[in-house]
Design a protein around this ligand. Structure first.
Ligand code: 3PG
Length: 218
């Protein structure tokens, strides 16, 4: 059965966006994030190691859902599927990506930054989008305005988000979760300081839970 991207995003406090330079580090990194409460992970296809990283996580880490990001075309899409990706994230929305998505069971989270891109996605039966690049596209204020006419669209903003500005996005009704690379800082990964990554994930989950509880009890 097709995994619903909306269901996936609803239960993810945030989605770590991970660029892997050594696929051997993928498993301990995924375990560290999962231990900290983050079990939906996006591995971006920007390095030669990324597909092996996805395969390794699928084979060796229980309890996580792993997807591929930076999927730019049909070839990337099928390579990501073959590696075991459970969902696909694209930075933009193209006709060829829509065609590929329609032919597969794999859930897709396409990137949009304009009303026209959003309308194209909605016309093709999609209702859940990545707002990208979030901060440089105007941040939470821009997303609030963009989403106004599209009451059924929901978003995962990504790009320039951190613990310093996450509250601006989670305050919006149209935001299900956010994505970002801040959960796996290069220095901690290089030092293989998995405990520090777990602590960062825990801190993030705590902050998200507090924000969600505050917005449910204003
Ligand atoms: C990306 O695809 O680069 C993501 O949006 C991550 O952005 P960030 O590094 O600003 O979190």
């Amino acid at each position: 059965m097709k995994l619903s991207i909306r269901d996936l995003l609803v239960q993810a406090p945030v989605i770590p966006v991970i660029q892997i330079s050594d696929s051997r580090l993928a498993v301990p990194m995924a375990k560290a994030l999962a231990k900290g409460g983050l079990t939906t992970l996006e591995i971006v296809l920007r390095t030669p190691e990324s597909l092996d990283a996805i395969k390794n996580i699928r084979a060796e880490v229980e309890g996580v859902v792993v997807g591929a990001g930076t999927v730019l075309n049909a070839e990337h899409f099928s390579l990501a599927q073959a590696a075991g990706s459970e969902f696909i994230v694209t930075p933009g929305l193209t006709q060829s990506m829509l065609k590929t998505a329609a032919e597969t069971e794999t859930a897709i989270l396409p990137g949009v930054a304009t009303a026209s891109e959003l309308m194209l996605g909605l016309e093709n039966g999609l209702d859940t989008f990545k707002f990208f690049p979030a901060e440089t596209s105007g941040g939470a204020g821009a997303l609030k305005a963009l989403s106004g006419p599209f009451q059924h669209a929901q978003f995962c903003p990504t790009g320039g988000i951190s613990l310093d500005n996450i509250s601006n996005y989670l305050a919006l009704d149209c935001v299900l979760t956010v994505g970002g690379s801040w959960l796996t800082p290069a220095d901690l990964v290089q030092a293989q300081d998995w405990d520090a990554i777990t602590t960062l994930a825990q801190r993030t989950c705590k902050q998200v839970a507090q924000l969600k509880s505050a917005s449910n009890n204003p």
